[in-house]
Design a protein around this ligand. Structure first.
Ligand code: CTP
Length: 399
């Protein structure tokens, strides 16, 4: 769906209601028309004049207002998208049960538009089995749940429960209504994602900071475009959407086995996982104890196979795409490092991103340059990892 959208922003009674102002602002800035439906609780946290000034429309609260225009269903019927931010545990329970005891409940029930929910509550409430079951119900019904993020909550406590940032909520919501080209129907796409963990003993491992977000975004984007997708998952910090086959591969050796098998029939294999270059020469069967190791512990590491290079050298029938994270000082240095890595690995394309202590890992955004054989730049993209994923697939499809 393109052009101006009729967006209903539902705001419910939590402290994060003040952040809903940011959500409305982003939609208005993008040129969309916003109708705010606020519960009575929401208006205790954020003022009606603020919401009206930012949305440029009257705020709707009362079920028995505008009866002549049948407003209790009109807002939902006219909506292209409904975003509820913040959604309290109470509202989530009401949505799961299909209650219509307020204007927001009626609006949601009367609508066929995609619904995006950004929960915000204390960790205990988020993790309560009642909320967990309600969220599962909403997900099964096709509702997109964005967040919650983890961090400082309203009191002294911290943990999962913070409402996601407005920009992230709006991006996820717009993604729901974005028309996706079904240009990968009938294609098989294999993606490796996450960071491997190489065990030292039953409780310890050598790992890396990869969250798996870019790899999961690639799998999600490929599935949305109609591909049949296999995700070879090392340690992931994000959930994988339904409809994607997941093969667990905690270590580099597991990835090698899984990807060799899956790539044999794939049209595209994308190696987005951060594979450990080395593993411990010895994996102890019992926990390493300080009493026996003393003040210094020396670990001997042995090189893992280079999976990407092995795969490329086996000339599978499909395209092979590598990723490279580099700590380069400039874009020129980054591209130079990438071009020589591409040559070394022998893959068809290499997607390069710059990493540092604060860039690249765990974030929701990414900035990449894609090189083809010979080191030519075929694409540059920055933005949400899902958008970057689509840009990568656009390049692969067009070639
Ligand atoms: N890769 C792989 N097997 C390894 C290491 C990396 O298949 N043992 C893949 C990654 O999945 C990625 C690409 O190779 O697609 C580049 O990873 P990177 O860590 O940047 O490359 P390395 O070869 O490890 O080079 P460096 O010495 O720069 O770490």
């Amino acid at each position: 769906m393109t052009g101006t959208l009729n967006v209903v922003v539902g705001i419910t009674g939590g402290i994060a209601a003040y952040k809903a102002v940011g959500v409305i602002r982003f939609f208005v800035k993008e040129g969309h028309s916003v109708q705010v439906v606020a519960t009575a609780g929401a208006l205790k946290f954020v003022g009606r004049p603020t919401l009206e000034a930012i949305s440029r429309n009257p705020v709707h609260t009362e079920l028995y207002e505008g009866v002549a225009e049948v407003r209790h269903v009109a807002l939902g019927q006219a909506a292209d998208l409904i975003v509820i931010a913040p959604a309290t545990a109470n509202t989530i329970a009401k949505l799961a049960a299909g209650l219509a005891d307020d204007l927001l409940g009626n609006t949601v029930l009367a609508s066929t538009a995609p619904v995006v929910v950004a929960p915000a509550m204390h960790t205990e409430m988020w993790q309560n089995p009642a909320t967990v079951a309600n969220i599962a119900t909403l997900r099964a019904r096709g509702v997109t749940i964005v967040g919650p993020a983890s961090g400082q909550l309203t009191g002294n406590d911290s943990g999962p429960g913070r409402m996601e940032e407005p920009e992230t909520i709006v991006a996820a919501a717009l993604e729901r209504v974005r028309p996706t080209a079904k240009d990968l129907i009938g294609k098989r796409v294999v993606v490796t994602a996450g960071g491997t963990r190489e065990p030292l003993d039953p409780v310890r491992y050598i790992g890396n900071r990869s969250s798996g977000k870019q790899g999961v975004a690639l799998a999600t984007a490929a599935a949305a475009r109609g591909a049949s997708v296999t995700l070879i998952a090392s340690h992931l910090e994000v959930p994988v959407p339904d409809g994607i086959e997941v093969i667990s591969a905690p270590t580099a050796a597991d990835v090698l086995t899984a990807v060799t098998d899956a790539a044999a029939t794939a049209d595209i294999t994308i190696m987005a996982a951060a594979i450990a270059d080395y593993r411990s020469a010895e994996v102890r069967q019992a926990k390493i104890k300080k009493e026996t190791t003393g003040d210094e512990l020396t670990l001997t590491l042995v090189k893992n196979p280079d999976i990407l290079a092995t795969l490329a050298a086996s000339h599978p029938r499909g395209l092979v795409v590598g990723f490279a994270a580099e700590t380069a000082d400039s874009e020129d240095d980054l591209i130079e490092l990438g071009a020589s890595k591409l040559e070394r690995k022998g893959c068809d394309y290499l997607v390069l991103n710059r990493v540092s202590w604060s860039e690249g890992f765990s974030t929701d955004r990414n900035s990449v340059v894609m090189l083809s054989r010979g080191g030519d730049i075929v694409m540059k993209a920055s933005g949400e990892k899902l958008d970057v994923a689509h840009s990568i697939l656009d390049s692969l499809v067009s070639r």
